[in-house]
Design a protein around this ligand. Structure first.
Ligand code: FAD
Length: 421
């Protein structure tokens, strides 16, 4: 006989745990399964944007309070972006005179903080070290086999990350290579931040465009150093990303910067699924969230914010399903629509911006021109803070206009030069 629950959730990452926490007060009986034992590592840049911080209280006030008091996080008050010729843009994290810091926090710690929160609720049963193996759909229920045990629910949430078993089982369209990036990361000890604001550092280097290399400093003297690049560019340019990463770290300015630092872990890699067009992320009695739904920002590689958002929206949708007793594919389309209403236009735009970042000259030009355009700095700040609503639209329009002006100007300059010579 299967063990009975209302909601089954595969995966205790930010997406799955947000669904569970948001449903905690609903009275529904929830089971969440993870193949790992917590605390567990997750290959990530360990950057938590304002978008993540802003959502914590929407997921759970207790989680929000716990994060505020959490000692294993570090505040960052600015971003430093470097163009291929090392021109620099500094973006302070301020909005309307108020400081809006981002945080770095190792995922092993952040996810464990969330994990401790889900364990506090009586209606949430956590199955660690429990791998989801098989899902079967029947007229009135969904059955999950995990660690050879059988579980029953009215609906199942696939929050099982980039290699979702639910996608494989449902024979849903796999995420195409052009909608995936590859990220590599490692930890160092002894790299000092560039100033007292503890900037997050992002380097658009010629050899890895349209990707970038990052250095994010962590609380205990460690730094997360990584590189990310679209899979299609890696294939097209026949790049061995791991070798390229090592070569970059062994060249200036990183060689001198890292000379006193020690590497504390192997280089680890993972895919980043990011769709910039609509795909099916639900069906009869199932919803996909986070990386399983390919919701990573195609340009920045941020996925924790959208994992939490999709987890929250999934929970709200599940409550509606129980209210009207409708778990059909047709009804669940509302979930897809709600997710894409919030994310799609921004992701489409970021995909376009990523394409433009293939041109080192354009980046060099924009970076070296920021001083002349104070408005640009202001808008970049809003873009970084991911401030929602109309500021996102103004950001999009502004970035579009800026890139259009710069490209046209550059084109004129090059035509003019050709005529002169
Ligand atoms: C190199 C790299 C750097 C990144 N840097 C950042 C960053 O700085 N900031 C940011 O916001 N995002 C970043 N991301 C993206 C971010 O890590 C993901 O978007 C985020 O973790 C997605 O959360 P999730 O809950 O959907 O999936 P995950 O966090 O992947 O969680 C999925 C969970 O499911 C479990 N699971 C998988 N299969 C099964 C199964 N069959 N049965 C049971 N359990 C299962 C796993 O053990 C895991 O705990 C980065 C990603 C990479 C690869």
């Amino acid at each position: 006989m299967p063990e009975k629950f209302d909601v089954l959730i595969i995966g205790a990452g930010p997406a799955g745990m947000s669904t569970a926490l948001k449903l905690a007060s609903s009275g529904l009986k929830i089971a969440i399964f993870d193949k790992a034992v917590f605390p567990r590592e997750k290959t990530c840049g360990d950057g938590l944007t304002l978008d993540v911080i802003n959502q914590l209280s929407d997921v759970s006030e207790s989680l929000n309070k716990a994060f505020k008091l959490f000692p294993k996080k570090l505040e960052s008050n600015e971003a430093m972006l470097f163009s291929p010729d090392f021109s620099k843009i500094r973006i302070p994290f301020h909005y309307k005179q108020e400081s809006k810091p981002l945080y770095t926090c190792r995922r092993i710690d952040f996810d464990h903080l969330m994990f401790q929160q889900i364990k506090e609720h009586e209606n949430i049963t956590v199955f660690e070290n429990c791998k989801a193996q098989k899902v079967e759909f029947e007229e009135s229920r969904v059955l999950l086999t995990a660690n050879e045990m059988l579980f029953e629910g009215s609906i199942i949430v696939g929050a099982d990350g980039a290699n979702s078993m639910l996608i494989r089982q449902m024979k849903l369209k796999r995420i195409q290579k052009e909608n995936q990036s590859v990220g590599l990361t490692t930890y160092y000890r002894g790299i000092s931040p560039l100033n007292h604001n503890n900037p997050i550092e992002i380097y658009f280097l010629k050899d890895i465009l349209p990707g970038y290399l990052w250095i994010f400093h962590l609380p205990d003297g460690k730094s997360n150093v990584g590189v990310g690049m679209p899979a299609s560019d890696i294939i097209k340019q026949k790049i061995n990303l791991k070798k390229k990463f090592e070569d970059l770290l062994a060249s200036e300015p990183f060689r001198s910067r890292f000379s006193e630092a020690t590497r504390e872990s192997d280089v680890k890699g993972h895919t980043l699924p990011s769709e910039h067009s609509k795909r099916t992320i639900s069906g009869t009695r199932f919803l996909l969230t986070g990386d399983a739904a390919a919701l990573i920002d195609p340009f920045t590689g941020e996925g924790v914010g959208s994992a939490i958002r999709s987890g929250r929206v999934a929970a709200e949708h599940i409550l509606a399903c129980f209210k009207v007793r409708d778990f059909s594919a047709n009804y669940n389309k509302k979930y897809d629509n709600e997710i894409y209403r919030r994310l799609l236009s921004e992701y489409k735009m970021n995909h376009t911006i990523q394409k433009l970042c293939r041109y080192p000259w354009l980046l060099n030009y924009i970076f070296s021109s920021v001083d002349k355009y104070p408005e640009l700095e202001k808008k970049l700040n809003l873009a970084f803070l991911k401030l929602q609503s109309n500021t996102v639209e103004s950001k999009i329009i502004f970035v579009y206009k800026t890139l259009a002006i710069f490209s046209t100007h550059r084109l004129f300059v090059s035509i003019f030069r050709k005529r002169r010579t």
